[in-house]
Design a protein around this ligand. Structure first.
Ligand code: THU
Length: 129
């Protein structure tokens, strides 16, 4: 599977975003080491604070299906510039996936690639416990 395929899956997932409050639609596609893809979109609600990001929906779907090894993530947003995952998602992605390759896709379809380690330097994780 290539990065372009994953970006397309994230774009398709973005179409399902439930974002009536922010109107900011996000889709994510998480690739496993055995070549499967789990997608997610952001799901908002009237309390605002219980909103779940697209990245976490994709991650929880994968973890709940027994997946434990991940290689790459694509995130498609409705931002004019490729937008990185929020801090909470960076923490969880780091703990469950390690140093993922992350493909960011803007509203206009522009792609940029980052490593999670570059977006999230000096993470707190289980090695400190
Ligand atoms: N959002 C995500 O889904 N992923 C991110 O990494 C950034 C923010 C969602 C949450 C909320 O529904 C909307 O985007 C605006 O913050």
């Amino acid at each position: 599977m290539d990065a372009e395929y994953l970006a397309e899956r994230a774009l398709a997932a973005r179409a399902n975003a439930f974002a009536p409050f922010s109107k900011f639609k996000v889709g994510a596609a998480l690739e496993t080491a055995n070549g499967k893809t789990y997608t997610g979109c952001n799901v908002e609600n009237a309390t605002y604070g219980l909103t779940v990001c697209a990245e976490r929906v994709a991650l929880w779907k994968a973890i709940s299906e027994g997946e434990r090894k991940f290689t790459r993530l694509a995130v498609a947003t409705s931002s004019p510039h490729p937008a990185p995952p929020c801090g909470a998602c960076r923490q969880l992605l780091w703990e469950f996936c390690g140093d993922l390759e992350i493909v960011l896709v803007s509203a206009e379809g522009r792609r940029e690639t980052r490593s999670l380690a570059s977006l999230f330097p000096e993470p707190f994780d289980r090695t400190f416990l």
